[in-house]
Ligand binder design. Structure first.
Ligand SMILES: [Zn+2]
Ligand SMILES: [Zn+2]
Ligand SMILES: [Zn+2]
Ligand SMILES: [Zn+2]
Length: 378
């Protein structure tokens, strides 16, 4: 599989970052100049997005669809919209299946992400009992992703090539799902010159999704925390390595950005000041997770073990029997006290608001629940 070299990736990376080889980690991004807490180091639009919801919400789907007060999301910009106020895809079998918030999203959506091929593929999958009734719900979301990915191969081969260049070659754990998904995708009809992707390509695409996708989140609620509304894959943002004590974090502003063109943009902002040459890392999940949860997630989704300072300490505590879940190490507790959101069920990361006219802000924003708070003094 073709891998982009560091040189041709550098062109698209903002001047404040540099893509380099990092010992033991592969590629990573380092600061090429002094960076300030709150500074935006990357704002990027996705290669592709797909809905986080299964094609069918269980047996009572029709009942739910009939409940017109339930909220839907624009299939193009993923902002909340009501079916009654939006524009439905004229070819979908049910008006609630694909809704767009505006005429602009409708016309853009129908020509790019919800093309006749996608519409047809999703309609067929909605009638596929093997997929809906005999597989875990997660498989329906994977099917959505593969349709979105293969639609790129048809509509934008260069973007599909970018997707294929992301990290993830296909892992043993994905083989069964890839074989099943291959069997249902092979039953679709393809435009002239295209055929169903192979099991190997599907397994690689699934791995790339698992290693590189960012969740675009539902609003925070005290009871439920936050869940994903959609997922997006981003070319440059996927070059950030993970650290359980990150110095940068990601934000998304699905519902709050007025311009529907940029609602799915991902923003990476510095948590702290960082000198040139230092690697910029984000946490691939909420920083509040325990050692065991972090270890499990990194292995399951990303396929690696973390040897960051926090994990080293937690691991030795774990071996002592003092309980790795307690973050009682100095570095940890300072970081957690200063940069972890205290709101119930949150555990998000706090980063200062972007500096204005070069002056740092002492207002912190949580990347998970969005709450603003005053920066705590050291
Ligand atoms: Zn929209
Ligand atoms: Zn449709
Ligand atoms: Zn770690
Ligand atoms: Zn929070």
């Amino acid at each position: 599989m073709e891998q982009n070299t560091a040189e041709n990736w550098q062109e698209c990376i903002p001047g404040s970052l540099k893509l380099v080889e990092i010992e033991g980690k592969g590629r990573g991004l380092v600061a090429s100049e002094p960076l300030k807490g709150g500074q935006v180091v990357l704002q990027e639009s996705p290669i592709l997005t797909f809905s986080a919801f299964p094609l069918k919400h269980g047996r009572n789907d029709e009942e739910k669809a009939a409940n017109a007060s339930s909220t839907y999301y624009c299939s193009h910009c993923y902002r909340q919209c009501m079916v009654s106020e939006g524009f439905s895809c004229p070819s979908c079998s049910h008006p609630s299946h694909t809704v767009f918030c505006s005429y602009k999203c409708l016309s853009s959506g129908l020509s790019k992400i919800h093309t006749p091929w996608v519409c047809d593929a999703l309609r067929q999958f909605r009638h596929c009992s093997l997929l809906l009734d005999h597989q875990p719900e997660e498989r329906q979301v994977q099917a959505r992703y593969l349709v979105a990915a293969y639609n790129l191969a048809i509509t934008s081969p260069s973007t599909f090539k970018t997707l294929l260049s992301l990290h993830g070659e296909g892992r043993q754990k994905d083989v069964d799902s890839a074989m099943f998904l291959h069997s249902i995708i092979s039953s679709l009809s393809f435009p002239d010159g295209f055929s169903a992707p192979s099991v190997e390509t599907i397994a690689a695409l699934l791995d790339k999704e698992s290693c590189n996708s960012f969740s675009l989140m539902e609003p925070y609620s005290v009871n439920g925390g936050r869940s994903a509304r959609a997922y997006g894959l981003y070319k440059n943002a996927s070059s950030f390595n993970h650290d359980c004590l990150p110095n940068a974090c990601r934000f998304d502003y699905l519902d709050s950005i007025k311009d529907d063109k940029n609602s799915t943009d991902l923003v990476i902002r510095m948590i702290q000041d960082v000198p040139p040459g230092k690697e910029i890392c984000i946490s691939y999940f909420r920083v509040g997770l325990s050692y065991c949860e972090r270890k499990q997630r990194l292995l399951d989704y990303f396929g690696f073990a973390c040897f960051c300072d926090r994990c080293k300490v937690d691991e030795s505590n774990d071996k002592d029997g003092s309980g790795g879940a307690d973050d009682d190490d100095d570095d940890d507790s300072t970081f957690i006290a200063k940069y972890m959101c205290e709101r119930e069920n949150c555990g998000g990361t706090l980063a200062p608001l972007p500096p204005s006219n070069g002056n740092p802000f002492n207002i912190m924003e949580c990347n998970f629940c969005g709450m603003l708070s005053k920066q705590k003094q050291e």
